[in-house]
Design a protein around this ligand. Sequence first.
Ligand SMILES: N[C@H](CCC[C@H](N)C(=O)O)C(=O)O
Length: 261
Amino acid sequence: MNIQFYKYQGAGNDFILIDNREGIVSQLSKDAVAKLCDRRFGIGGDGLMLLENLPGYNFKMVYYNADGNEGSMCGNGGRCIVAFAKHLGIIHDVTNFLATDGPHYAKISEEGNWVSLQMIDVADISKDGEAYVLNTGSPHYVKQAADLAIKDVYNEGYAIRNNATYKADGINVNFVEKDGEGYFVRTFERGVENETYACGTGVTAVALAMARHNGQFGTISTPIKVLGGNLNIRFDNDGEKFSNIFLEGPAELVFEGEIAV
Ligand SMILES: N[C@H](CCC[C@H](N)C(=O)O)C(=O)O
């Protein structure tokens, strides 16, 4: 069977999107998703999403990592599926959709290529040595680093993601370095099992962890540079929890086509 797909990217984190409102895709096997996401044997992508109907919401986001496993929340994927919903005419400037970690509110620019996505509130941040560990919809490990541009993110990220603490459930590993008013971040992603060009829940985790680290309270805006572009995170920190967290950045349709599944 041939299905129509759309390829999106947000700061270089790229995704395959399928309009599944009519239920054309009933069951995607792990192998089928992995093949579609393969950059040589398929379309290529860090993940694949189905946009589905759900009463009470504009749509439901179903997210798979590139290895074919159903993933947890994906921030850049969330921004891309909002742009996709606008492209399909399902929404205009605001939306309320359901993802695996709960409801998400988002705002999209008139041109449809800039998305501000609300993320779940975060109260718990723990430490693993010097690193911070927190869940922003997906689990993240945040570690400060020097000379990040030349760091071996693959091997160091791989070693942390596969150590005794994290091997079973996996974790996304973010390295962060101060950069002007904000930060530069590189991420080894669980489920892709490689470094990606950007990770939305990851830069969100970094912004919160750095606010905790630096004892910053109130309303905070943190620009973050990643390999694939620039993102911004806005949030409130009252000392008890982080709320009104928004991940902001570009989301663009790259191409569309048909593929056999
Ligand atoms: N790229 C994603 C993260 C995907 C989460 C996935 N790697 C997992 O831990 O299941 C983002 O922009 O937030």
